[in-house]
Design a protein around this ligand. Sequence first.
Ligand SMILES: NC(=O)c1ccc[n+]([C@@H]2O[C@H](COP(=O)([O-])OP(=O)(O)OC[C@H]3O[C@@H](n4cnc5c(N)ncnc54)[C@H](OP(=O)(O)O)[C@@H]3O)[C@@H](O)[C@H]2O)c1
Length: 251
Amino acid sequence: MAATAFDLTGRVALVTGAGGGLRAASAMALAGSGATVLLAGRSPAPLEALAARLPGAVALPLDITDEAACEAAFARIADRFGGLDILVNNAGARDRRPLDQLDTAAARRLLETNLVAPFHLSRAAARQMAGKGRGRIINVTSIAGPISRAGDAAYTMSKGGLEALTRALAAELGGQGITVNAVAPGFFATDANAAMVADAGIADWLARRTSLGRWGRPEEIGGAVVFLASDAASYVTGHVLFVDGGYIAHF
Ligand SMILES: NC(=O)c1ccc[n+]([C@@H]2O[C@H](COP(=O)([O-])OP(=O)(O)OC[C@H]3O[C@@H](n4cnc5c(N)ncnc54)[C@H](OP(=O)(O)O)[C@@H]3O)[C@@H](O)[C@H]2O)c1
């Protein structure tokens, strides 16, 4: 296949949670393929630092749980860029607590970030993409979409829901030329996981538990995002692409 099938020149992409550990990978890979990348998150500083490194990138401070603020941001995107082509629902929160210590309000807050926000952002994005007859929505789920462990109920239900939302929106939006897929990371050596990365016991366990025998490097998520965002994936929708070193496949 010609390399041009992965070319995103002229496409406008919004990446949420762009100040987090995997952001460099997704946003940089999209920018590296030619997209204009809008970097969303609540704290402006990491967004501005990343924007300074990516040609054409723009920091877009935004709380994705604030639906009115998101609608206003989409209006600005329409005015300034002529609408969105690619949405990467990457922002995610985590709350690792056993069930009897996890209060309902905290679980609801997590769902607002990990599931309800991707729902309303996808709806707003789809309205702009429908006008172009083309669009890409990519939800960053997790291996916690299809499998689980104790003490992680809120995150697991949010990622399982996001995986289901991926299929639902693929079914609903396909007729408008919009594909909806998920990228499901396994264990990535991000700053947030630094303590686990430094733990030799966990490294040993990953060596036995994954086919590739190691942590993922953040830059290893970018290829999957670019593929699903590009014309190369024009007939791929409703799919969950695991980027997990073989964790799900391995036993
Ligand atoms: N790292 C892994 O190994 C791994 C594994 C499986 C799945 N994932 C998934 O991959 C995605 C990215 O992971 P990560 O490791 O980069 O996470 P991270 O380092 O915790 O970053 C999450 C980002 O989301 C942003 N965010 C949180 N709430 C927000 C809100 N209400 N509005 C806007 N932005 C918000 C945060 O920025 P602000 O606080 O500035 O808003 C932060 O930049 C997440 O969905 C995560 O669940 C990661």
